[in-house]
Design a protein around this ligand. Structure first.
Ligand code: 6PG
Length: 233
């Protein structure tokens, strides 16, 4: 059992969005300064929306070197990219339509994303090494589209897996695999709301039964930014 994780606890969703946006902007700046580019995987679901909307406004809208950012997703629902359920559609409306990331630097997780992922500079174990990965947390402890009991949790060769039985609709998804998540330089979980309290407590204690507990960057930073509702007390 690995050591428990201490989160950054903030008051509510607005404070979570601000803290997550600031943290992300700092890591984009560091990646661009050190390596000339930032490879960023965005999270799906509802929680990250406010962070992406915050990044689309000053000082981040004009202060971040967006032209050096390459955007991916940690998972995607297999729906049309203009479907309201699409994680790409959420990020496009909240962020991508408002900042100057070149279109050929945006890689929706559709079709066979492996070639695009394999163009990301690898770590010393050969895994695509994201500078930043955003993740959410489900009430059952899932993250990305890695759900409890899924065989995809055991994937140690592929960088992405198709899921066809996701308990959270829609059932058909694509997800980055654990080796890719754990190869990242920095992973940020954004967790808000009382409904996540039980799952968050168990993940912070590193309960191995929950997929999110298995996100342990080998050499990278792991941060949870959570609101008081999710943290409890
Ligand atoms: C998805 C997400 C999923 C999400 C959690 C939390 O595509 O559904 O990747 O892992 O992050 O289910 O979702 P909420 O932020 O909407 O609570």
């Amino acid at each position: 059992m690995t050591a428990p994780v201490s989160p950054l606890v903030v008051r509510g969703p607005a404070e979570l969005a601000e803290a997550a946006a600031s943290w992300t902007a700092e890591r984009i700046a560091a990646a661009v300064a050190q390596r000339g580019a930032c490879h960023l995987a965005l999270a799906g679901g509802e929680t990250p929306r406010r962070c992406y909307q915050r990044l689309a406004r000053p000082p981040y809208q004009d202060g971040v070197r967006w032209r050096s950012v390459f955007v991916y997703w940690s998972d995607e629902r297999q729906v049309p990219l203009d479907d309201p359920a699409s994680n790409y559609a959420m990020a496009k409306a909240a962020l991508l339509d408002h900042v100057p990331i070149p279109a050929d630097q945006v890689f929706p997780l559709v079709g066979d994303p492996t070639p695009a992922l394999r163009r990301i500079p690898p770590d010393d174990r050969g895994w695509p090494c994201f500078d930043v990965i955003h993740l959410g947390l489900g009430e059952d402890g899932h993250t990305a589209s890695l759900f409890p009991g899924s065989d995809a949790l055991n994937e140690r060769r592929a960088v992405v897996r198709a899921i066809h039985d996701a308990p959270k609709p829609p059932p058909d998804r694509l997800t980055l695999t654990l080796p890719v998540l754990n190869a990242a330089r920095a992973v940020l979980f954004m967790v808000q709301g009382a409904s996540k309290r039980d799952a968050l407590a168990r993940v912070l204690r590193r309960d191995p039964a929950l997929p999110a507990s298995q996100v342990e960057p080998v050499d990278g930073e792991l941060l949870f930014i959570v609101d008081q509702e999710a943290f409890g007390g």
